[in-house]
Design a binder for this molecule. Structure first.
Ligand code: INI
Length: 161
């Protein structure tokens, strides 16, 4: 974007993934959907100039377990960003609120604690149909979006020093 002479100096990340190292953490629960999110995330890395073959994919039982694995990966210092992928579908159980809430809080807290961007690519929906819409159909692919956000944040944090 062109810089205006009077406005503030703007710093923002680019979408160039070349040389970036990514860890993906994926819940196995609702695997049909999560597999599509993983595909979307790898597609984003590739289409932004990164190498998906250099990414690591870590699988955990469900979304509730994602933050702990993400924390271990972020603390290890080997990855520039952790892309968290899962699918929590409400159905008829109050379990949803605990699982979705803890996953969201946990991913955010890992980011803030470690300084490594941990991106929330966990789909939380009322129905299976809504989940499908976010995993590569009507509403796009939230895994692709999460990886794109990770690329931008890695680039931004490098500039912020
Ligand atoms: N895990 C999910 O990833 N998605 C869900 O929809 C889900 N539901 O609905 O229960 C879910 N539960 C499992 C949870 O993530 C943990 O693996 C489990 O509670 C053990 O800690």
């Amino acid at each position: 974007m062109p810089q205006s002479n009077s406005g503030p100096r703007t710093i923002e990340g680019t979408l160039v993934a070349k040389g970036m190292r990514f860890a993906l953490v994926a819940g196995r629960f609702n695997e049909f959907f999560v597999d599509k999110l993983v595909e979307g995330a790898l597609d984003s890395i590739r289409r932004h100039g990164g190498n998906p073959a250099e990414a690591v994919l870590v699988k955990v039982p469900g979304a509730f377990e994602i933050p702990l694995a993400a924390q271990k990966l972020a603390e290890g210092g080997k990855y520039d960003a952790v892309i968290c992928l899962g699918a929590v579908v409400r159905g008829s159980t109050p379990h949803f609120d605990y699982v979705a809430g803890e996953a969201a809080k946990g991913v955010s807290s890992v980011s803030l604690k470690t300084g490594v961007p941990c991106v929330f690519g966990i789909v939380t929906t009322d129905t299976l149909e809504q989940a499908l819409e976010r995993c590569g159909t009507k509403q796009g692919n939230k895994g692709f979006d999460a990886a794109t956000t990770a690329i931008e944040m890695v680039s931004l944090l490098k500039q912020l020093g």
